[in-house]
Design a protein. Structure first.
Length: 369
């Protein structure tokens, strides 16, 4: 649930919210203060998330970790005109990874605390116009560069200290979206997303699945390299027809195309009063993307194409084989509003070289890109 408090001219806005996942394995809280009085918009926010889940890299399902993240940020936005703006965001973040005790090894595992500061610069172009729910026209483009530095801050013990630790990361990002109105009801939407992280720490992007997937599934057949230090993980979606982790890497490129048709709006000249019927959209989609480590997804250094077979202490065999890093998903879907929630149902087929996969039904919540 979420609530907002505004002044009469909406120069100052305070927004707070809380969310509990349907699996009841965590919680989220946030509080945001917006100052829109002057030309430079200011935003200050705090956010806390706690979730308990199994480690996807651990084969024992009884081993669970609790992840607690606290984030404080300040954001300044300067508009050049109606459509163009530059934005600067500073962040202070603390991440805590707690291994819950289920046996002697997990009992002896230390809690991992990590603090990081970050600076992000963005250029945003947005001339989109909202026609209806999940229906826009125009273009949105956002490019960004972000630097993140790890440090150690200890104020609650006798040996109070502040020092920079090893760990530096740079992230480059692009998100471009274009919406074409076909007849003021149906639209064609296209999106291109790309991101890359490099440095002594990186972001691990999991390509696959859909955003806000209510019954998520994880693909364990694609290994995560253990010789790279990852500070964060992020989902690269939508890649329908695939589970999470269909591909992974410190770089990702993803393209989406959708045709959205509000079928019942063509059958009535009057405005349909039922929110459920009025907002029904049938969708045809196609997704294509890849995620990789190294300079190129097709390079021999990509861990996707390498399998290490060991027989300790003497035998280690490295097998190189070709596995197409590009994956494609396509299919149909439906969307509508149910009890104030925008729900989506997608049925997708997966295309992957020399691999046969069954179609996948994915149920999620929230508007499309």
């Amino acid at each position: 649930c979420k609530a907002s408090l505004k002044d009469l001219l909406e120069d100052y806005v305070i927004t707070g919210g809380v969310r509990f996942p349907t699996s009841f394995n965590g919680s989220e809280y946030f509080l945001v203060f917006d100052n829109r009085k002057r030309r430079i918009d200011k935003e200050f926010a705090v956010y806390r998330k706690a979730v308990t889940e199994s480690d996807p890299t651990d084969n024992d399902p009884t081993h669970k970790n609790q992840y607690v993240s606290f984030l404080a940020l300040g954001k300044w936005s300067y508009p050049f005109d109606t459509y163009n703006s530059v934005r600067m965001t500073t962040t202070l973040r603390n991440d805590r990874n707690i291994t819950l005790s289920t046996d002697k090894p997990t009992l002896d595992t230390d809690t991992d605390d990590a603090q990081r500061i970050g600076l992000k610069l963005e250029w945003v172009y947005d001339n989109t116009r909202l026609l209806d729910l999940n229906t826009r026209t125009g273009t949105r483009i956002k490019t960004s560069v972000e630097v993140v530095k790890r440090f150690d801050l200890n104020l609650f013990e006798s040996d109070k200290k502040f020092q920079f630790n090893k760990g530096f990361m740079t992230v480059l990002g692009l998100d471009a979206r274009h919406y074409v109105s076909l007849d003021r009801r149906s639209i064609f939407a296209a999106r291109l997303m790309a991101a890359s992280s490099f440095g002594s720490e990186r972001i691990l992007y999991y390509l696959g699945g859909v955003e806000n997937w209510l019954f998520p599934a994880y693909d364990n057949s694609v290994a995560v390299p253990n010789d790279i230090a990852f500070a964060y993980t992020a989902l690269a979606a939508n890649m329908r027809g695939f589970k999470y982790n269909a591909r992974n890497g410190s770089s990702v490129v993803l393209a989406n195309a959708e045709l959205r048709v509000p079928v019942f709006q063509y059958l009535s000249r009057q405005k349909i009063r039922s929110s459920f019927i009025r907002n029904i959209q049938l969708v045809g989609f196609a997704d294509a993307g890849t995620a990789w480590h190294g300079a190129s997804p097709f390079g021999s250094g990509n861990p996707l194409n390498t399998v290490v077979l060991t027989n300790p202490p003497t035998v280690e065999v490295i097998v190189n084989y070709y596995r197409n890093p590009l994956i494609i998903g396509y299919g149909i879907g439906a969307r509508t509003m149910v009890f104030g929630y925008y729900l989506k149902l997608d049925y997708g087929w997966a295309w992957e070289t020399k691999t046969s996969r069954d179609p996948l039904l994915q149920f999620s919540m929230g508007a499309d890109f």
